[in-house]
Design a protein around this ligand. Sequence first.
Ligand SMILES: [Zn+2]
Length: 308
Amino acid sequence: MALQRLKSRALTRAAAAGSVAALITAGALQAGASQAASFSAHTPHGAGSALGIVRVHGAGSRHKAAADMLYNGGTVMTTAATEAIFWGPSWANSSFVGDKVTGIDRWYSGFGGSNYAKTSDEYSGSNGQVTASTSYLGHVIDTSQASGGNRTSVILAEVAKEITNPVPNGYYPVYVDLPRGGAGYCAWHSWGSVGSVPVQFAFFFNLDGDSGCDPQDTSGLHSQGLAALANVSGHELSEARTDPRGLGWFDSSGAENGDKCAWTFGAPLVTFSNGSQWKIQGEWSNHAFDTNTGYPNRSGQDGCLSGQ
Ligand SMILES: [Zn+2]
């Protein structure tokens, strides 16, 4: 829908110049759009722009969305080695941390080999095909003051600071302790290099109590803040795998696979390979859309796979 469109359009095609993709939430669409647009403008040399921005859900006007995603000539992530970074002084505060660190560890540990990971397997790039093979190297905690997500270069610098052995198939999600405030997005993904090593990374606000970025998980399995991070983590990792450096897969309006199914859920809970369960948005499948075997996104296009 409009939301995703906005989100993806702004961020996404920033990608072509090396940009970020984000996930936006409800209510703050307008703000989100401009915020997203500023990503490319602020994109420093060497860091990608923000893509796959998860926009706030709920707002936006409707227009006809583009259908299948197109291949843009670049690479995909055939595998991904993930390592999470928790950044900000509140990550030393146990009441703030709650179940979030252990939960995110469990989320990434269970993603590899899951049916959810397999929703991106149909896409290939110049370097091969996406597979459900992802590994998790655990997390690091940096309790220095965090920065907000309006500059990809700052998040790339944090990755460079904390990841001692970056790898070309590395995906480094950075979870800060800062609230979204007036920003129109919940999260985004981007890319850059650490030294001579190309890396992929993502940014996530703290989503505790943030109704604009809340999947409304009523399972009782997780705190609201963890459930919200889990949902947007699925969006960003799926986009990073299929459009890691802005020349992978997205539709004619710039929407990546997470964008096209953002804020829609094909199953009450998705079970990962380690048995953990999450309320998590689906991911776009050209094949499912072409064969009418997916569930509908917010534009009524039945190309979303729940990954259940
Ligand atoms: Zn996105």
